[in-house]
Design a protein around this ligand. Structure first.
Ligand SMILES: [Ca+2]
Length: 552
């Protein structure tokens, strides 16, 4: 038993003893007051009844998890923003991620994990509530969760309800990145006991950042090999704050849910110079894409990968420079993950802390001719997901079963022995963590605009338009991992596509049912109005027109 556990036992025993003493003290004067008025036997009987009924409340808890407080595991949830599976642990031999790889060695790596909507805000609202976006009613950024599902119990809120200290550092719910860094973004105040909003040199020196669109850094490709140390960057500061929190938690006896949301590798790809030195820019490969290929796709799919006009057909050298910066930024985030893992070990918390590493959605790096997110290709739907539980016998194993980001909520509830709220429709991955060959779902569902897509172990089918009237895509991952050959019209796959059409319809119908116990659900909640971005140091007139640009 760890010192933390024995402290809990002691506190509970002390409380019990004090409570009994208090009852005896109250009983004596009451006995003399009642002595000459009513039947003493009746009083004693009433007292016993009161005593017993009180004890029965104490020793038969309604919620089984409450009785297990003494054995609570802590949770450290680390989420990167816009990180795809270009990681060593996921088989990428170029990107250097020794720390995420070391976490994978002691946990379960989910090879076939997918987000539910490949855009920050919707994805985060979805996994923090354990529901699909047709249930959260959030499919846009800059939405406040409580405007559409005010009564929902978020993951952080559930931990708080169970006596955990729930702390957010950085980005968990939607947060305009990088424009809102330093603020709380579109946070949910009910999810946390405490929040920390780091703000680093990447913001103070934002004007130095290279970008395809002047003074735009979030929605467009932008990058910088920065001067200075990790600890000066926003995510370096976030990691330092998390280390301080872990240090505090190690001294106390309260179970914790520490959610650390890194802002990188989301654009701007800013990392200290040393991380750029890890890569050989000239050797970085850029996928090619043709206009003939576009003709094989339904129109909405073709549009999704040609939406960002100034990012199309980048010159190879420019594309390599940008991709190198994304990789350098991944290595920078990896180093911050390493700092957290080191602190977990040094503080002794590693023995009773579940560690999760994930991202809110995938990211194209020129695949299909597209950069960034917002498509229904594997590049945007697939996410890294690694869960390390201290009491798990399965370490360094890989699950190829399709899983969803909304499965994280019930998984963490199961691992910490807390009852999952009824409205959570994700499925616990605990059976897969015990046996990677187990099966909990046949497919992972992702929505984007008027399209839905499911990924099974072998296939991806994508449907566009509410009745499929805008077309279908079918990919066979056994032969085409990059999803370049649309088989939707291939006669050899008639049976496959017919059966998968039934499955996707069923999945969409289920994902659209209002979950039991959710409470109110509003259809048409609107995003907050968004003001124009201001880069720190630039001057704008009252009409928002820039009158002065801070020089590099
Ligand atoms: Ca994101």
């Amino acid at each position: 038993m760890t010192p933390q556990k024995s402290k809990f036992h002691k506190t509970r025993m002390d409380n019990k003893k004090n409570y009994s003493q208090l009852k005896i003290i109250l009983f004596i004067p009451c006995f003399y007051m009642f002595k000459n008025i009513v039947n003493i036997q009746l009083f004693i009987a009433l007292f016993c009844l009161y005593s017993c009924s009180d004890d029965s409340k104490k020793y038969k808890p309604k919620d089984k998890s409450i009785s297990h407080t003494a054995e609570k595991l802590n949770v450290l949830l680390i989420i990167a923003d816009d990180l795809n599976c270009d990681l060593g642990a996921y088989g990428n031999s170029v990107v250097k991620t020794p720390n995420i790889d070391r976490l994978a060695e002691r946990g379960v790596l989910f090879e076939n994990a997918h987000n539910q909507y490949p855009l920050c805000g919707p994805s985060r609202a979805s996994f923090m509530t354990g529901m699909y976006t047709n249930q959260t009613k959030i499919t846009r950024n800059n939405m406040n969760l409580r405007n559409s599902v005010p009564d929902v119990i978020t993951m952080g809120q559930r931990f708080r309800q169970q006596g955990y200290q729930s702390v957010r550092i950085g980005k968990m719910f939607h947060y305009d990145n990088p424009s809102a860094i330093g603020t709380s973004g579109n946070d949910d105040i009910y999810s946390w006991d405490q929040t920390v909003n780091p703000y680093g040199r990447d913001k103070i020196e934002e004007h130095k950042i290279n970008t395809l669109t002047p003074r735009r850094y979030g929605g467009t490709l932008s990058w910088l090999a920065a001067d200075g140390e990790d600890e000066e960057q926003t995510d370096g500061i976030g990691a330092s704050e998390a280390i301080k929190k872990l240090d505090d938690f190690a001294k106390g006896d309260t179970p914790f849910f520490l959610a650390v949301g890194f802002f990188r590798p989301h654009t701007p790809f800013v990392a200290p110079k040393k991380y750029f030195d890890l890569y050989d820019r000239e050797k970085i490969e850029i996928p090619e894409s043709s206009s003939q290929y576009l003709a094989t796709l339904p129109e909405p799919a073709a549009k999704s990968i040609r939406a960002k006009k100034n990012q199309l057909n980048l010159e190879k050298e420019r594309a390599q420079e940008i991709k190198e910066a994304y990789y350098a930024t991944i290595s920078f985030v990896d180093a911050q993950v390493g700092r957290l893992l080191d602190q977990l070990e040094a503080s002794g918390l590693g023995e009773n802390t579940v560690v999760v590493f994930t991202s809110d959605h995938g990211y194209h790096m020129g695949e299909h001719g597209h950069w960034q997110k917002q498509t229904l290709f594997e590049n945007a739907t697939r996410i890294p997901l690694i869960i390390s539980a201290p009491n798990s016998e399965n370490k360094g194993v890989i699950s190829i079963s399709p899983v969803e980001l909304i499965d994280l909520y019930p998984t963490l509830m199961d691992l910490t022995d807390i009852n999952t709220p009824k409205h959570v429709v994700g499925k616990s991955l605990e059976p897969l963590m015990k046996n990677v060959n187990a099966s909990i779902r046949g497919s992972a569902l992702t929505k984007w605009r008027n399209g839905y897509s499911i990924k099974t172990k072998r296939y991806r089918i994508t449907k566009w338009g509410s009745n499929g009237e805008l077309g279908y895509e079918l990919y066979d991952h056994e032969k085409d991992k990059n999803e370049l050959i649309n088989l939707a019209s291939n006669q050899d796959y008639n049976e496959v596509i017919d059966s998968l059409k039934l499955v996707i319809e069923q999945r969409i119908a289920e994902a659209s049912i209002k979950p039991e116990g959710l409470g109110r659900q509003f259809e048409n909640a609107k995003p907050i109005p968004k003001a124009g971005n201001i880069t720190f140091g630039d001057i704008h007139d009252a009409n928002g027109k820039r009158t002065y640009l801070k020089k590099k």
